[in-house]
Design a binder for this molecule. Structure first.
Ligand SMILES: NC(=O)c1ccc[n+]([C@@H]2O[C@H](COP(=O)([O-])OP(=O)(O)OC[C@H]3O[C@@H](n4cnc5c(N)ncnc54)[C@H](O)[C@@H]3O)[C@@H](O)[C@H]2O)c1
Ligand SMILES: O=C(O)C[C@H](O)C(=O)O
Length: 325
């Protein structure tokens, strides 16, 4: 029997990530080449017309897997029966802003959307927050959705993971496919920690293949500050690479993987405070993320994981203070 379509909701559909994302979803890259999809495009009223234009272009592609498109400014409609919610819609930072500056500006979006997901989404809904500050926005949405299992709320650090793969591959002059077990810990911010002490290249530990000065002074800051470097170079924040990472995150969540990075609610593993949505090394089995256990954390890593998770605790305290959770 033909599979019934999976409903995918994309917020901020008229934005630059939305434009890079929707066509790939409709072509089957988000869920698989045999899975039909229905798209729901959520925008603010002023941008609905632009989203309708994107919907016209989606129509014009005649994608065999695309079974329907709706465009709306009502979250209750957009999330009605949704199976996958990609929360992209938020203001990007501009040159000179840190992600923390966006807490107040964007935090207000995610409470109402969390509630709309709670009240309307399908029982199997999976949520990926891309809009910054992604980890804490995901926490805000989760806190407004008490009927949805907490672990269904995630945030995107896959772009950081992919950036780390690419930087290391260039340094070691190897194809990215030779690199296994890359890990991003913590917040999708400048405090994130790309960890090479478990990463393997041709069976060897990556941290032992590079000198410590490069690891500390070049690799970690290059990955952690790549978002700002893209803004500086493009005059706009990353879009196609962000859309690509969102596709990777959901595809692996649904179809399984033995090792990647994703920000998921902490269960206290590795001393990461319970409840914050922090990046971990994860596997996905039977449609559920699992934190990879048993890794030895050295003093160098400990210090950096603690710094990034402390920032997430501070963000949680700040949104509590603002009454957002
Ligand atoms: N996690 C990551 O790795 C990552 C990477 C890149 C960008 N981002 C973030 O993604 C977000 C979107 O980036 P962009 O470049 O597409 O921005 P953009 O400004 O091009 O588009 C954002 C869109 O969101 C819409 N929007 C705003 N409030 C909304 C709401 N309440 N409901 C629905 N739509 C709403 C806007 O109308 C706009 O069309 C930003 O916060 C950016 O910082 C995250
Ligand atoms: O850094 C930003 O503000 C945009 C995005 O989160 C990125 O990492 O490219």
């Amino acid at each position: 029997m033909a599979q019934s379509p999976v409903k995918v909701t994309v917020t901020g559909a008229a934005g630059q990530i939305g434009y890079a994302l929707l066509f790939r979803i409709a072509s089957g890259q988000l869920l698989g080449a045999d899975v039909p999809v229905k798209l729901s495009l959520l925008e603010i009223p002023q941008a609905v017309k632009a989203a309708e234009g994107t919907a016209m272009e989606l129509d014009d592609c005649a994608f065999p897997l695309l079974s329907g498109i709706e465009v709306t400014d009502d979250p209750n409609v957009a999330f009605n029966g949704t199976n996958v919610a990609l929360l992209v819609g938020a203001r990007p930072r501009t040159a000179g802003m840190e992600r923390g500056d966006l807490l107040q500006a964007n935090g207000g979006i995610f409470g109402p959307q969390g509630k709309a997901i709670n009240d309307n989404a399908a029982d199997d809904v999976r949520v990926l927050v891309v809009g910054n500050p992604a980890n804490t926005n995901s926490l805000i949405a989760q806190q407004h959705a008490p009927d949805v299992p907490a672990e269904r709320f995630t945030a995107m650090t896959r772009l950081d993971h992919n950036r780390a793969l690419s930087q290391l591959a260039a340094k070691l002059q190897v194809p990215v496919t030779e690199i296994k077990k890359m890990t991003i810990w913590g917040n999708h911010s400048a405090t994130q920690y790309p960890d090479l002490f478990h990463t393997e290249v041709g069976g060897k530990i990556a941290a032992e293949l590079v000198d410590e000065a490069w690891l500390r002074d070049t690799f970690i800051p290059t990955v952690a500050k790549r978002g700002a470097a893209i803004i500086e170079a493009r005059g706009a924040s990353s879009a196609a690479s962000a859309a690509n990472a969102a596709i990777d995150h959901v595809f692996d969540w649904v179809n399984g993987t033995e090792w990647t990075s994703a920000a998921i609610p902490s269960d206290g593993s590795y001393g990461v405070p319970e409840g914050i949505i922090s990046s971990f090394p994860v596997a996905s089995r039977n449609g559920k993320w699992e934190i990879i256990q048993g890794l030895e954390i050295n003093a160098f890593s400990r210090e950096r994981i603690d710094a990034s998770t402390r920032e997430l605790e501070e963000e949680r305290a700040a949104v509590r203070e603002l009454g957002l959770i």
